[in-house]
Write a protein that binds this ligand. Structure first.
Ligand SMILES: Cc1ncc(CO)c(N)n1
Length: 217
């Protein structure tokens, strides 16, 4: 009972969580050896993920129970829609991504499924469900990209993506998200906890298929 809710969810999903944090995509990005075609597919699909992700942040802001979490979530939304958004645009330019693929690409199955999961969490209007999905998306990326003592690769498309998910602001936000899921989880009845746990598990599985699917079969 004393275990943190956020920690217990991570442990329950340990196998797919670890498959993501040790994924070849992350390793190749750190090594600077990632195939441009793989990165292009990833970024084109991820920009569509981010679109719905910002909407999920909006739903978390709307369903939060206090002003303080609204402020923290809004500040994170500000980062995503400024520094992270311009990273995508500059990377699309560097990788020669066509205008149509930036704004209206053909969506892959994992992208469609992830968008649907985020929309479902948003529409539930339950803060805990929104937090569960946010905790996966950001917590998993922190665990994947925040590697002790690892040098940044030379190209900005690789280095900046790593840095966006391994800096003090991001570390602080993920620590806050985990504590917030613990706090909100405390007040839930068993059914609502199970519902949030289910969102968490589905999000982890989708993170894995998202990394997998940018590689040719
Ligand atoms: C699919 C996916 N999950 C998480 C993140 C982190 O925001 C991202 N950019 N894309």
């Amino acid at each position: 009972m004393s275990q943190r809710f956020s920690e217990s969810l991570k442990e329950l999903n340990h196998t797919p969580w670890q498959a993501c944090t040790q994924h070849r995509f992350i390793n190749e990005m750190f090594a600077g050896t990632l195939d441009d075609a793989v990165l292009r597919r990833y970024l084109v699909q991820d920009y569509q993920f981010i679109n719905q992700f910002v909407a999920l942040l909006g739903a978390a802001i709307a369903s939060a129970d206090q002003f303080a979490p609204r402020v923290t979530l809004s500040q994170f939304a500000a980062m995503i829609t400024s520094d992270e958004n311009t990273y995508f645009i500059r990377s699309f330019d560097a990788l020669g991504v066509a205008e149509s693929d930036r704004h209206l690409p053909q969506l892959s199955l994992p992208t469609v499924q992830f968008q649907a999961l985020m929309l479902e969490a948003a529409r539930s209007q339950k803060y805990a469900n929104c937090l569960a999905v946010l905790c996966v998306a950001e917590g998993l990326y922190l665990d994947a990209f925040d590697r002790d003592g690892a040098a940044l690769p030379p190209r900005f498309e690789h280095a900046e993506w790593i840095h966006l998910h391994a800096n003090d602001f991001f570390r602080g936000f993920v620590a806050w998200l985990r504590a917030e899921l613990d706090r909100v989880g405390e007040g839930l009845d068993p059914q609502a906890r199970a519902e949030a746990a289910d969102f968490f598990a589905r999000a982890v599985a989708l993170e894995q298929s998202f990394f997998d699917h940018v590689y040719p079969a």
